[in-house]
Ligand binder design. Structure first.
Ligand SMILES: [Zn+2]
Length: 317
C-alpha cells in the first residue's frame, strides 16, 4: 500500500517529496565514515516503489552510468509511485576499482547478511533492514566479471511469470533464463516476494554506449509497464529469449583471438576464435558446435584449457 509518508533511515518522506539520504555503512580505519547516497523521488499519486541500483560489484561502472542517467534525465520523477536510486552500492569497490568488499567478500554472495558478520555481511543486513521492506521492484545493474563481455541481457527465472513479463517490457537484446544463486540479492529478494531483475551488459572497468543506452531505455520501459510513466516506449526491441544455454570452454591453453561479434546469431561450424602459442607453431580454430546465439565473450587474450570463453544458446526464441 502506498503510504502518506515512508520512513527511510530515520527520515520521514512525504508524498511529492524529493530527498537525498546518506546511508552510513561503516567507519574506516582512520575513523572516517563511509556513506552511500540514496536518491528518493516520491510522486503524490499512489503507485509502486521501484529501486534502481548499480555497483554491487564496484568495478562494474556501466551500471553506475545508467543509474546516473536515470537521475540526470529525471526518469526517476514519475507520474505515480516512488523511485529510489542507488548509483554506487559497493562504494569500497568503486573507489578501489575492485569487484569485492575490502574484506574480500563478494557482496552478492552474503545476503541477507547479519548485524555481526563480516563487513560485507553487515552492509547486506543494513540494506535488507532499512530499504528492502519498502520496495516492490528492484532492478540491479551489472556487467560481466573480469574480461567477460556480456551482450545486453536480463537474467531471470523464466518460469516466474511476473519476472518474465517485466523482462519482456525492459527490452534488452536478450533474456537469459537463470536460476538465482543462494545468498545473492536476487535470491534473497525473491524470498521477500520482491520482483528483482538483474541486467548484465558489457564488461567491468569499461563504458559501452550501446549497453548503457539499452539499460537506460529498459528503465524507462519498465516504469511505463508499471504505469508510472506515460508516453511511447523508449525502445520496441524484442528480446531474444534464451531458455537454455551453455559455456564453450577453451580446448587448449594459449593466446586467444575472438573472431565473431558478441550478440550475434552464429551458424554451426563458424570459426568463433583461434588459440595460438607465442612461437607460431600452434594454431587451432574453435568452431561453433551448433547454430546458436553468442551472448557473452571472454575478451582476455590469454586462456587456460577449460576457461569459459563463449556463452551460447542451446534453446532460444
Ligand atoms: Zn556484477
Amino acid at each position: 500500500m502506498y503510504k502518506d509518508k515512508i520512513n527511510l533511515l530515520g527520515t520521514d518522506i512525504k508524498r511529492g517529496e524529493h530527498v537525498t539520504l546518506e546511508m552510513e555503512i561503516a567507519k574506516l580505519h582512520n575513523r572516517s565514515s563511509v556513506k552511500i547516497p540514496i536518491i528518493i523521488e516520491r510522486s503524490k499519486k499512489d503507485g509502486p516503489v521501484v529501486l534502481f541500483m548499480a555497483g554491487v560489484h564496484g568495478d562494474e561502472i556501466n551500471g553506475v552510468e545508467i543509474v546516473r542517467r536515470i537521475i540526470k534525465e529525471k526518469i526517476n520523477k514519475t507520474a505515480m509511485g516512488t523511485v529510489i536510486c542507488i548509483p554506487v552500492f559497493n562504494v569500497f569497490g568503486f573507489l578501489n576499482l575492485s569487484r569485492e568488499f575490502p574484506d574480500g567478500r563478494d557482496l552478492n554472495r552474503v545476503f541477507p547478511g547479519s548485524a555481526n558478520g563480516s563487513l560485507a555481511s553487515q552492509f547486506a543486513h543494513q540494506f535488507m533492514k532499512s530499504i528492502v521492506p519498502i520496495v516492490d521492484y528492484v532492478f540491479d545493474y551489472h556487467t560481466g566479471g573480469a574480461a567477460r563481455v556480456n551482450a545486453s541481457q536480463i537474467r531471470c527465472d523464466i518460469s516466474d511469470e511476473k519476472s518474465i513479463e517485466l523482462a519482456k517490457a525492459f527490452g534488452a537484446d536478450f533474456i537469459v533464463n537463470s536460476k538465482s544463486i543462494p545468498k545473492s540479492i536476487r535470491y534473497t529478494l525473491k524470498k521477500h516476494n520482491i520482483s528483482a531483475l538483474l541486467y548484465e551488459g558489457g564488461m567491468a572497468k569499461n563504458f559501452d554506449e550501446h549497453i548503457i543506452q539499452s539499460g537506460f531505455d529498459g528503465a524507462k520501459n519498465v516504469l511505463r509497464f508499471l504505469k508510472m510513466r506515460t508516453g511511447p516506449k523508449a525502445t520496441d526491441n524484442k528480446s531474444v529469449l534464451v531458455k537454455k544455454s551453455k559455456w564453450i570452454r577453451a580446448p587448449y591453453s594459449g593466446m586467444f583471438h575472438v573472431k565473431i561479434k558478441n550478440g550475434q546469431w552464429i551458424t554451426k561450424k563458424t570459426v568463433l576464435g583461434i588459440i595460438t602459442d607465442p612461437y607460431a607453431e600452434f594454431e587451432k580454430k574453435i568452431v561453433a558446435p551448433i547454430d546458436c546465439y553468442v551472448f557473452c565473450v571472454n575478451n582476455f587474450p590469454i586462456v587456460n584449457r577449460g576457461d569459459a570463453i563463449f556463452h551460447v544458446s542451446l534453446e532460444a526464441e
